[in-house]
Design a protein around this ligand. Structure first.
Ligand code: NAD
Length: 347
């Protein structure tokens, strides 16, 4: 049973007044109709903040139906929405099927491929009702970072059962970007869906890159994160090396950042304390991009690379480094730049 969290929430059961709702819903070819229902599944570090931005930017006539297996975060979201003014009404769904039922657009932000497959198996069976939303209009936007093959499997299940359209839209920008609404989305979808996707994603982010057909967003994201994984280790090694040769960390950081070694880990997320103000290294590697997430993305990139027959010389070694670092008590659970500490860098 869906729980209503705002006085302006429509609390009727999904099938009641479905015909009326259908007529009143906003259609994407006719913006004069005002009501729309949205589903949001996965209110973790990223999803919670993304859903907050979405909710705040949607009109009060819209409804956002939320679900997470973590009831604490669902309840917190619902009570924050209740206390705030403006934005879409919020309903708490009791399962993922209910979150997607009647929603024109459902956004998923889940940890790993197994979670995405599992959630979609539950969404699609029993088949979603077509009383409120016609299946061709249903859109599923998966923002989870998973491998393209798993994403394809889920897309095939959605499309084969004709229950909507499924696109991949992984993001970059971290928790800070999710909170600030400045994420970049990398989208894999047919060209025809881009005009519909863009305004939705730009309620949670600043940029949307259409990378190609389904799966292309994930391929782009994994290629980027593969490079990031390697750059991060190489930056930590180079900083450690220079400092041991006697260079001042700030001088070395500045030198790299006006030279050819410059990269995001050297310039923004430098692993040495004091080189970049506000970096995770300056706060004992807390916050930032967790080492386990880097390890996960690297594993997915290696899997996708082997499926594509792409030769990667450094991938396995990098994976070993992250696995070993994560085993260390003083590195575990910290920002991935903690690799510098793992290497024995001076702090
Ligand atoms: P998270 O673990 O904080 O959140 C995932 C949420 O999914 C949790 O709240 C969990 O309870 C929920 N969940 C798990 N199984 C579920 C189910 N069956 N039904 C409903 N909810 C379920 O993860 P996160 O940091 O928010 O990351 C989400 C995705 O975004 C990951 O794929 C991650 O790689 C990617 N990503 C994360 C970051 C980051 O900095 N954290 C940056 C870019 C991309």
């Amino acid at each position: 049973m869906v729980a209503a969290m705002r006085s302006n929430v429509r609390i009727s059961a999904p099938l009641v007044r479905a015909a009326v709702q259908h007529a009143q819903r906003r259609t994407f070819s006719n913006t004069r109709c005002v009501r729309a229902q949205w589903g949001f599944i996965g209110l973790g570090q990223m999803g919670y903040n993304m859903a907050k931005n979405l909710q705040a930017k949607l009109p009060p006539s819209d409804t956002l139906r939320i679900y997470d297996i973590n009831t604490e975060s669902v309840n917190q979201f619902a009570s924050e929405a209740k206390a705030s003014s403006g934005g879409a009404a919020v309903q708490v769904a009791s399962n993922v099927h209910e979150a997607a039922e009647d929603s024109e657009t459902t956004i998923t932000v889940l940890p790993e491929p197994s979670h995405v497959k599992n959630v979609f198996a539950q969404i699609l069976k029993p088949p979603l009702s077509t009383d409120a939303v016609a299946n061709p209009d249903r859109l599923f936007i998966d923002c989870s970072t998973i491998d393209p093959a798993s994403s394809k499997e889920v897309a095939n299940a959605v499309h084969a059962t004709q229950q909507g359209r499924f696109v991949d839209a992984p993001m970059s920008g971290g928790v800070v970007g999710a909170k600030a609404g400045t994420l970049t989305f990398m989208v894999g979808a047919s060209e025809s869906l881009v005009p519909r996707l863009e305004p939705i994603l730009l309620m949670m982010g600043k940029k949307m890159l259409h990378c190609g057909a389904h799966g292309a967003g994930l391929s782009g994201k994994l290629a980027n994160n593969y490079l990031l994984a390697i750059n991060n280790i190489a930056t930590a090694e180079a900083m450690n090396l220079g400092i041991r040769w006697g260079l001042d960390p700030k001088v070395l950081g500045n030198l790299i950042n006006i030279s050819t070694g410059k990269c995001w880990p050297s310039e923004v997320n430098n692993p040495v304390k004091g080189v970049v103000d506000g970096s995770p290294a300056s706060r004992d590697y807390s916050g930032g991009f967790g080492i386990s997430l880097m390890k996960k993305d690297l594993k997915l990139a290696l899997l996708a690379a082997s499926e594509a027959g792409a030769r990667l010389e450094l991938g396995d070694k990098a994976r070993e480094v992250y696995e070993a670092a994560e085993q260390k008590e003083d590195c575990k659970g910290r920002d991935f730049s903690v690799v510098y500490r793992y290497l024995g860098g001076k702090e």
